[in-house]
Design a protein around this ligand. Sequence first.
Ligand SMILES: [Zn+2]
Length: 310
Amino acid sequence: MGRTMLPIEFDHQSLASLPLVDEARAQGVIRLLRGIIERRVLPTFRKNAAVDAVLLARVSERYRIERLEDVLGRIRTVSILTHSPDGWTIHIHERVFDYISFGIPWDLTAADSAIPAPEGRKALAFAELLLRHELEHMVKPHADEREVILSDAEFAMDRRELDPVYYRTLREALGDELGGLRGVRYLKLLDRFERDENTDDLVAEILPLHAERLAEVPSLLLVGAFQTMGRELKCRVIEACYRMSRNTAYALVERSASLRKVLRLFIEQLEIDQEEFEAIFASFTDRWGVALLLQERCPSRLSTAVRWSC
Ligand SMILES: [Zn+2]
């Protein structure tokens, strides 16, 4: 079900100096973000004939937004979408969440009428892009990451025509190195769309980097997010975990954690959908072979499935 996270990174250092957000403030920010989804994001999907109305209704009732705490400072992607039987959760990295919080008025009851400072307008423009991206993953569970990235650009082009102030502000947010977002590749993508140029090479740069960032995410969160990924991204994430496990630049403990992620993700996939497991497994073994994987202490369910697939 679902899919995954906006492929934009941020700078831990420059966003580390933001004031901390307490629980009451965090809840206020979440209400504001939900308001953006209700008023600005869901209506665009309701008009989209490619979106299943029943699924859209379910999504609109069963999503949560959370501030993602990253105590070890390991996570570099701005947001992560997970799916469980209870519904979807959009995890917004604490630094990015606080960046959004910092920019918007302290009195959130006045947020609709008050015009936030320039920093706030940038933060809200970026928040809308982020939320739109994750919502698209929820309402189009079979779309692949590249498709959603291109939809982000199409969304921006619509705004460029209908709401040029928003579009300018979004570009400022993506290009604002001081603000801490590293949106340069997304900016290039928008430039290409403006000029109606091919974007294949850019998307081909964004996807593997995004997969590497996801491979760094702690195991529990990654497993929840895995269900929301398209097949291509699933393959890339598993490969990125595997490459980390073979890379001697990492400490042994990190390498073995990465290999455990590979096995866990394969098991997760096997439990959800055997056919998709076989496709992903075949893509993996075409590249890396099966022997290396079987040398490891492989859980018996997986090794049985692996032998079937060989
Ligand atoms: Zn995504």
